[in-house]
Design a binder for this molecule. Structure first.
Ligand SMILES: [Zn+2]
Length: 383
């Protein structure tokens, strides 16, 4: 991962250098990369600007402003398009400037994780800054422990069976080579907990990095996590709009949009298929994620139709919560005959073909019948 180190520079006695050096050392040790804006004084500036711009604040305001605008553009580009997460030190000097606030706001808005480190008492902190932070740490040791445990869990993830990891990487790299704005439909499907939303967010983030106009939609029915964000089970998120059906999605579409992302497509109605095809025909790239089967293991419309019209299909697998095999089914754990029962862990779990039981009461009956039959044959053999 690449971390952006955010915090006071202009008003800090050592220009924010000491803490950034310390953090850089342990991030490098964990295999991460760092962008340190305090170390990079040159940025996109000319030698003359680097040498004199501070004095222009008093002598040549327009020139000073012009130079600072270049710095703002350069640093925000790192935050918005190049880093994976932001580490910010909020100390007594940070509130005197404005860059830290601006960068944290942009990162939050873009769904980029913000790790805020502050030794100041929480009740004295700005609500806005706390709102932008994904995690708050009281010191660098605490942050370091958190990042170390994240690194350890990534190592665990790598040990999973290969079939469970997304297999689409090499395909999508090849598929991205197209001439002009040829329309395109990608469908990411699979059971719950298979990383569909994560894969959707990954693809949409890449489109944003490429500075394409992106719009993202999700059905209003799915409000498990955040209202206007699409959030994966692992807490990745991206700003999106809620719609109640495909008609509302069509109304909310901006004609200039180049990439359309749709999450939980199985809830948006059969008309979504025609709309997706029309959008692709208009030259747009459409990325759709959704459950391909329902709680009984039946195809979940309109996903089968979307798979049929897609140019690229990625089928994600989860891990069976019973036996650890690759899982293609969503097991409902509560008794209900409704097609839609919204919930996450506790209401549903991922199951493999063998462990999947669409009707839990059947499973009990079958178990009882098997036991009875075995008892009967045993009696026959030993009268
Ligand atoms: Zn299983």
């Amino acid at each position: 991962m690449l971390f952006y180190l955010c915090g006071a520079i202009e008003y800090s006695p050592d220009h924010g250098k000491a803490w950034r050096e310390e953090v850089t050392r342990f991030l490098h040790a964990l295999g991460h990369q760092v962008y340190d804006p305090a170390l990079d004084e040159k940025k996109n500036l000319t030698d003359e600007e680097v040498a004199h711009f501070r004095s222009w604040k008093a002598t040549d305001l327009p020139r000073f402003q012009q130079t600072v605008r270049k710095i703002i553009q350069y640093d925000l580009d790192w935050v918005e398009h190049r880093c994976d997460a932001v580490i910010a030190l909020w100390d007594e000097y940070a509130p005197r400037g404005a860059g830290t606030q601006g960068e944290l706001t942009v990162a939050h808005r873009r769904g980029i994780p913000v790790y805020l480190v502050t030794a100041l008492p929480t009740e004295t902190l700005s609500g806005w800054i706390l709102g932008c932070a994904s995690r708050v740490f009281t010191g660098f040791e605490e942050l370091r422990a958190c990042l170390e445990s994240q690194a350890a869990s990534r190592v665990e993830e790598q040990k999973q069976p290969a079939a469970v990891r997304p297999r689409s990487m090499s395909w999508s790299v090849g598929m991205n080579i197209t001439k002009g704005s040829i329309g395109w439909i990608e469908v990411v499907c699979g059971p719950m907990f298979s990383g569909k939303s994560e894969e959707l967010i990954r693809r949409l983030r890449r489109a944003e990095i490429a500075r394409q106009r992106v719009q993202i939609f999700k059905p209003a029915i799915d409000q498990r996590y955040a209202d206007d964000h699409i959030v994966s089970h692992s807490d990745l998120k991206i700003q999106g709009e809620c719609v109640k059906d495909w008609q509302e999605l069509e109304r909310k579409l901006d004609l200039r949009t180049e990439v359309v992302g749709i999450d939980e497509a199985q809830f948006l109605g059969d008309g979504l298929v025609g709309l997706v095809v029309r959008l692709a025909d208009m030259g747009k790239r459409v990325i759709v994620a959704g459950l391909d089967t329902d709680y009984l293991g039946r195809p979940f419309h309109p996903m089968p139709e979307l798979l049929a019209v897609a140019d690229e299909i990625v089928k994600m697998l989860a891990i069976c919560m019973q036996c650890g095999n690759p899982a293609k089914h969503t097991q409902r754990l509560v008794q209900s005959d409704d097609l839609v029962v919204v919930g996450g862990g506790g209401t549903y779990e991922a199951r493999c073909r063998r462990c999947f039981e669409p009707n839990p009461s059947n499973m009990e009956k079958r178990k009882a019948a098997t036991t009875a039959a075995m008892g009967l044959s045993a009696e026959k053999r030993n009268p």
